[in-house]
Design a protein around this ligand. Structure first.
Ligand SMILES: NC(=O)c1ccc[n+]([C@@H]2O[C@H](COP(=O)([O-])OP(=O)(O)OC[C@H]3O[C@@H](n4cnc5c(N)ncnc54)[C@H](OP(=O)(O)O)[C@@H]3O)[C@@H](O)[C@H]2O)c1
Length: 248
């Protein structure tokens, strides 16, 4: 089931970054794309790229999510909505930020798949793509964000079991640091934002979206389960020593 065999897609997190880049690519390939995020004005800008239908929705609003998604016939779900908390030490983390991270990255992703999968099963045609992160595959830092993305990794793996025999394909695309607005949503400190993206040749939202489309475009017999992609100059993990004051 290559991309030309699919007719419709729904992309969450469509108002910026990886989600917006994915909407542009899929609309450019002739699909009808439902674009979901909170910022309606940003979604409206995407309509110039093709058959893009904007939907303003907070992924944490479970009732609204099921009402909207339950009425749509969708072949492809790309779960890209997500928030991070990389700039806050765990012991100082705002509890509201913990909830926002888990509710958006985990619950939103699960409910989107749950809401759209019955139609995919009934039509025996569907592809769920979850945007994870290298934080979900490696212990890097940032426990809450890492836990949320580890959950996305495990969800993606287990969905292949739960949906076996239905014909639905499941793909996880887990990028390293990519040049998007996500760092601006985490801190007002522009120097800290710049430190995340400067000093090396960082991957772009389009690079990640191209990986998503490549997975979607494989013949039906091929399920691309996991793509991890980082900048050539970024290596996940590694060991550094951090002396504890008063101990050494
Ligand atoms: N950039 C990176 O370095 C990187 C690396 C690895 C993984 N990722 C993952 O990639 C995905 C996309 O992030 P990005 O880098 O493209 O960042 P981004 O440009 O900040 O995009 C995040 C998107 O999520 C949407 N969103 C956030 N909270 C939402 C909510 N409650 N309801 C609905 N939509 C919500 C935002 O739209 P609104 O604000 O308009 O709602 C926006 O469209 C995320 O899952 C992120 O964790 C990013």
């Amino acid at each position: 089931m290559a991309l030309q065999d699919y007719g419709t897609a729904l992309v969450t997190g469509a108002s910026s970054g990886i989600g917006a880049a994915t909407v542009r690519l899929l609309a450019g390939r002739g699909l009808t794309v439902h674009a979901v995020a909170r910022r309606a004005e940003r979604l409206a800008e995407l309509t110039e790229h093709g058959a893009v239908i904007p939907h303003a929705l907070d992924m944490r609003d479970r009732a609204a999510l099921y009402e909207l998604f339950g009425g749509l016939e969708v072949d492809i779900l790309v779960n890209s909505a997500g928030v991070g908390s990389q700039f806050d030490p765990f012991h100082e983390l705002d509890p509201d930020k913990i909830d926002a991270t888990l509710d958006t990255n985990v619950a939103g992703t699960v409910h989107a798949a749950r809401a759209l999968s019955p139609g995919m099963v009934a039509r025996a045609r569907g592809h769920i793509v979850n945007i994870g992160s290298i934080f979900g595959l490696h212990a890097i830092s940032t426990a809450v964000y890492g836990a949320s993305k580890a959950a996305v990794h495990r969800l993606s793996q287990d969905l292949r079991h739960d949906l076996k025999g239905t014909g639905i394909r499941v793909t996880e695309v887990s990028p390293g640091r990519a040049a998007t607005e996500i760092f601006a949503t985490m801190t007002d400190d522009t120097a800290a934002q710049g430190a995340m993206v400067d000093g090396f040749e960082i991957i772009t939202a389009d690079d990640v979206a191209e990986a998503v489309v490549w997975a979607l475009d494989q013949p039906w017999r091929v399920n691309v389960s996991l793509i991890e992609l980082t900048a050539t100059e970024q290596i996940p993990g590694g060991v550094t020593i951090h002396p504890v004051p008063g101990r050494s």
